[in-house]
Write a protein that binds this ligand. Sequence first.
Ligand SMILES: [Zn+2]
Length: 324
Amino acid sequence: MKAYLFDKFGIENLIMKEIGEPEAKEGYVRVKPILAGINPLDYNVAAGKVIYGVHPMPHIPGSEILAVVDRDGKKFRKGDRVLIYNRIYDGTCNFCLSGHEYLCNNGGIYGVVSNGGFAEALSIREENLFKVPGNISDEVAVSLPIAALTPYHALKEARVGAGQSLLVYGASGNTGIFATQLGNLMGLEVYAVSSKGYLRDFGAGETFSMEKLPENFKADIVINSLGGELFSKSIDHVQKMGKLITFGVLSGRECTLDLGKIYTSELNIIGSTGGSRSDMREIINIASERGLKVKIDKIFQFDKLKDALKYFEKPREGRVLIKF
Ligand SMILES: [Zn+2]
């Protein structure tokens, strides 16, 4: 079977290669990817810019995968459409035992600390698979494990309440579109920092381009997954006793923070990453019962993965997906 892998970092070093079939193991089931989402994570893994250690080398990237079960397992039947919960965890450490398996002491992200899903067949632990209800489209389904789960978990961590206001930076990005929709579904008043008018169709009450965001505008919850100096500036838009959420550093890992602003207004800074299996089940139910939408910019065939990653470097109008 064919897989995309690299033996040294750099998008240009990705090659499609014939490799052995995935190993059949007890508790694992063989699946075939149907569709994959490209996220900054996948790009950074291949480009060697990821915060986490990449393992093994040569490495197959790919962390957001919709697949179909290829052989009957214990819980799954051939033909089931499934999502891969993309955290590897031991199930025994304190974090796993308290339902925070995404923080496992001996784990990490599928496709980062393990080979990922850019291959024709995969062997996946059954407990990492979630069956997708028939009324969720492939395009929405493939967006649930990262693009939707990340802001969903973050909003839960922030214990948001109906009627509060939410300001989303990078609202037209993968997670931003879902932060906007989920905020709306949770009864928040959503404001999007983006020049894209289509965010209103995703539940934004108002959109501001970065330059037009009024200086005195304040929200109860601010999501800023961009980071860098923009993160310190966004503190000025958090209401007293409000919350500033970070789950990404697209524009930079470091910034200068005015601590005075944080304590005098009793602000909370919340770090969030991925989500639990329980969150994963909830986001699938939300997509099925309440409906989630996604905007697709371009779908590339599997053998054009390198082109897709290069395309991902430029500004986009929605998601970039890989079709197997
Ligand atoms: Zn653990």
